[in-house]
Design a protein around this ligand. Sequence first.
Ligand SMILES: NC(=O)c1ccc[n+]([C@@H]2O[C@H](COP(=O)([O-])OP(=O)(O)OC[C@H]3O[C@@H](n4cnc5c(N)ncnc54)[C@H](O)[C@@H]3O)[C@@H](O)[C@H]2O)c1
Length: 338
Amino acid sequence: MEAVAEAVNPAIGDKIMTKYFVAGGAGFIGSHLSTNLLADTTSTVVIFDNFSSGREWHIAAIRNDPRLTVVRGEISDGELLSRSMTGCDTVFHFASNPDIAKAVTQPDVDFWEGTYLTQQIVEAMRKTTPRTLIYASGSGIYGDVGRLEVKENHAPLVPISTYGASKLAGEALIASYCHMFDFKAAVFRFANVIGPHQTHGVVYDFVRRLRKDPSRLAILGDGTQSKSYIHVSDVVSAMRLIEMKHISRFDAFNVATLDYLMVKDIVDMTLKAMCLEKTERCFGTQSRGWKGDIPIVRFDTAKIRALGWKNVYTCREAMAKTIDDIIADEDAGRFDIR
Ligand SMILES: NC(=O)c1ccc[n+]([C@@H]2O[C@H](COP(=O)([O-])OP(=O)(O)OC[C@H]3O[C@@H](n4cnc5c(N)ncnc54)[C@H](O)[C@@H]3O)[C@@H](O)[C@H]2O)c1
């Protein structure tokens, strides 16, 4: 893809600015984080994205901010990456394959669109200016531990998907670069993140399938999968709290709600919101939705809560709000992908 650098920052007076680099900043979580960063008048932001799942409309609200630079490029292009990162202080890294099930047919996808991209990021940091990294890892690193509420220091870490493996490899690379090249980093193991701009995930799939065929809804798994779904605004507040006040050499944080939802509850909530309660529900027979899916996910979030973070929305509140937002996005014809 041809790289296009746009809207290079003008002078911002005498203020001491923090310069952020957001890899994957046009994506779901990255676009909310970038918007939050720019709400702070002492921030400038470089969004670096290949727009594979990122979208222009995700960043429409900040697109004309003179403190924003958007670079349309591939993270595999190390030269462009380093050039774009030069001058920045802190990197947020969100770019990866978002589709856990994709590896069933493309087993190396999480290496090339996960581990390799993280290697590119830390290497570009080593060669340039940023010394702080915030990384979007995931609960997949813990593997399938049933109902155990995992703490950040849980061991052994045995991922059961290549997605989980690539997140764990990313964390390991980052930890080693922190110690060898004097970076500081925080890695975040999020629950399922939901909210506006979402481009994948269970509610997104349900709404889109029901729009195609409102008479029946095929559900991956038997509906008993039970997980935490956290609103994207709560995830952004967690990352900002750590990045601004509690950054250390290397640290990991679970970020999740205290409550959980089953997939069959999400089915009921979605059908109700779409006035489709009579739709046929076609559940699968296995508790696992797909190979690599972890049907029960539980987190211990005491570590970040002790630092003052708490989620504003419960799982059910976040889900209800997200279902409405996704329906509104569908109605507005914003989903041009997948
Ligand atoms: N959404 C969740 O529930 C969740 C949970 C835990 C962890 N995470 C992690 O958080 C991160 C962000 O997730 P998201 O849901 O916002 O996904 P997303 O797909 O919306 O965002 C990823 C962004 O990275 C960009 N990108 C991907 N490959 C790239 C490349 N090679 N070069 C440049 N840009 C590239 C995409 O265009 C997109 O804008 C991911 O790493 C994901 O694994 C997400």
